[in-house]
Design a protein around this ligand. Sequence first.
Ligand code: GN1
Ligand code: MG
Length: 375
Amino acid sequence: MIVMTELYDIFNTIIDEFSLKGTLASIYPLSSGNINDTYIMTTDDDGFERQYIVQRINHLVFKNPNEVAENVCKVTDHIEHKLRESGADDIRRRVVKYYLRKNGEHYYVTPDGNYWRAFSCVYDATSADFADIPILRETGLAFGEFQKNLLDFPADTLYETIPDFHNTKKRYDDLKKAAAENKSNRLDTVREEYDYLLSMEKEACVLCEMSEKGELPHRVVHNDTKCNNVMFDTETGKHLAVIDLDTVMSGLVAYDFGDAVRFAANPGGEDNKVLSKVYLDLDYYSAFAEGFVSEVKGEMTEKELETLPDGVLAVTLELAARFLTDYLNGDVYFKCKVPHHNLIRTKAQIQLAKDVFGKMPELRKRLADILDEKS
Ligand code: GN1
Ligand code: MG
């Protein structure tokens, strides 16, 4: 826990180190992230109000913060180049800028070893923790466009900043290890959830199997495609920029597709205790799929497009396994905002996975119809 006076000192240093404009006016914490600490910093630049995004990156999760920064800069530079090439206007609101320190470094590291960085703020824009049909469509367009802009970027030049991030098999192995170790002595209380997840291991690992056999290409993927990682124009609701690029790596597009649907097409939200509110809304799903497919169709292999719905099930089961693993390990990875948060999250994701599993034929049918329409 950082006290406010310390925070003011750090932010003043950041303004100086990153040559940001103005003097510190206010600091506003954003609470939606589960890993990093994020703030909106406002400065007073001779009467003109400026805003910046300032973040403390969790270096226990991102063990090599410089590699994360290099990935983010390479990808944002590439997107900026693509936007310029296509004659897009308002480029400063379409892609975030990662500020460098005066000495060229990516972070200001405090004496106690915390890594701080600064990004431009997307002005007159908002993100969404909960979605409706127009937001789903715009989120689909945003991540589809992200994918399209990076098609010619060599994915294998990105660092693997969190190894095996979407290696679902490895995530299952971690879960089994956590259960065997039972560090927090909670296993007996989560038998039902644990057994369910194990019973779905084969379904969860379908895409990994295909990837191992070389049946699916590896591309640049965002790896955290929640609708609160898209900035929408406050007035028009149109998508502007994709943010939170820390997990950008090489991987399977179906996981990006699946994670966006997992998060935004569940009206109950990721950690709703009232399980009857947790389900996959098929019209939300269609809205996202339409937006996404309209950007990537023609750019991806048939098999890749066909397997997009499998990503929804895989990523939901995988995240349930990750939450349960963390619960068994004693809540060491995800920030817990209420008691037993990881268990609440696990139950909600399992509820969603069960619903998605039952709806798989409909997910496939709707996607096939969308693909037909767009051909
Ligand atoms: C974490 O902190 P946030 O919201 O950006 C996590 C994602 C999970 C997500 C679940 C690096 O992302 O993988 O899907 O929580 N990020 C990391 O809400 O583990
Ligand atoms: Mg994230």
